[in-house]
Design a protein around this ligand. Structure first.
Ligand SMILES: [Ca+2]
Ligand SMILES: [Ca+2]
Length: 390
């Protein structure tokens, strides 16, 4: 296919891209039928990646590949789900998405599938979703639901029997800091759910609620039997956790928003208290001081923190080998930083080793089946990008 080089001025005046356009064929009746094909670029993002564009979404929030397949599924904050078979670019439409409380930072959130259900077709899978649920009065809170995804013809999928199996408690006013990230343990015995502080601060130090904590649950949403405090809580003193992943050693890490400054990457340990809102390497938005983490403050300290903030959208450890030397590094999507931030881990410490300027707020970065990176821009019209080595 002949590609035409164009200048994508909206991304960066220096970003040269080539548009391969759509292929076309002529039917027997003489009409031209377009077949979708991604737009490819020959260079981009500081020359680090070959970039292909796969359409745009309405406020995309999270993405996941259906295990064992080339199908990527994307949640949109307003309460819809759209998929695409990355092998042939075919769109997959979803019905049966639960009603969500949309507004502020809330709406439809995370999506997760069980790796143990991997198979070559997507016919029927367990699907986990998180979303903001309205409560009584002017309150709301995050929930996690579990249902079945039934795909009859590989072009449309229905979510059936979606049942709420966990609720953040208590529901509160406001529409911020839900967190509601879902992560299965590597052995798939447990489900970790990030429960943000709902912008209420002090509840993060109060273990009588689940705000500002990471909870560890069985796959049916009940509290795991051997949690440190005999309830759902695994760790606490968190603020707004938007990234969680296990590293190759099976250690849990979280990436959370600080206030004005003080974004944190934490190695998450059983029963540990991460200090919010007593300690933060940032300050309150009004400039009021918050003492920084210190060696003797009694709280678990971040492996690395950022001021100014990167404003994480999510975080994954790179497991593949497509990108030379990247295996084991954490990749963090950056909202206000318009970047993908790459962090190397050394024992229990971490260091930023690269920052890839993407020119837009980046909501999510995940790894595809063959090690390519799949990136969602933030907001209305946020594009799905596929990044490969140059
Ligand atoms: Ca902290
Ligand atoms: Ca501080």
């Amino acid at each position: 296919m002949k590609c035409v080089t164009i200048l994508l001025a909206t991304l960066s005046p220096l970003l040269m891209a080539s548009s391969c356009g759509s292929g076309s064929s002529t039917t027997g009746g003489g009409e031209t039928v377009s077949t979708p094909s991604p737009t490819s670029t020959t260079a981009g993002f500081d020359g680090n990646f070959a970039v292909s564009e796969h359409g745009s979404f309405d406020e995309p929030w999270a993405a996941a590949f259906v295990p064992g397949t080339d199908v990527i599924v994307v949640t949109e904050k307003g309460g819809s789900i759209r998929g695409m078979n990355t092998a042939n670019q075919r769109a997959i439409f979803f019905t049966g998405v639960p009603q969500v409380d949309y507004g502020g930072q809330g709406g439809l959130g995370d999506i997760a599938f069980l790796p143990s259900e991997a198979s070559s077709t997507i016919d029927r899978r367990t699907i986990y979703l998180s979303w903001a649920e309205a409560g009584s009065g002017d309150t709301r809170g995050a929930v996690v639901g579990r249902g079945q995804m039934v795909c009859e013809d590989h072009q449309s999928c229905e979510i059936r029997n979606m049942e709420v199996i966990w609720r953040q408690a208590p529901k509160t006013t406001g529409r911020g800091h839900y967190s509601h990230r879902i992560l299965f343990s590597p052995d798939e015995r447990y489900m970790y759910v990030a429960s943000g502080d709902r912008q209420k601060l002090d509840p993060a130090q109060d273990r009588s609620n689940t705000l500002g904590s990471i909870v560890r649950l069985n796959l049916d949403g009940s509290a795991a039997a051997d949690n440190p405090f005999g309830d759902e809580i695994w760790s606490y003193g968190h603020r707004n956790i938007l990234g969680m992943d296990f590293d190759a050693q099976g250690r849990l890490w979280d990436m959370e928003h600080g206030p004005k400054g003080g974004d944190e990457l934490n190695l998450v340990k059983r029963g540990a208290n991460y200090g919010w809102p007593v300690r933060s390497n940032g300050v309150h938005y009004n400039g009021d001081n918050i003492p920084d983490h210190s060696a003797d403050d009694g709280f678990a300290k971040p492996a690395i923190s950022w001021t100014p903030v990167i404003a994480p959208g999510n975080m994954v450890f790179y497991r593949g080998s497509l990108f030379d030397g990247m295996k084991g590094d954490a990749l963090i999507s950056g909202l206000s930083s318009n970047a993908i931030v790459r962090v190397a881990i050394d024992g229990e410490s971490a260091i930023e080793v690269a920052r890839y300027d993407m020119g837009k707020r980046i909501r999510s970065v995940i790894e595809g089946p063959d090690g390519a990176l799949w990136v969602l821009e933030d907001g209305s019209g946020g594009r799905l990008l596929e990044l490969r080595p140059q």
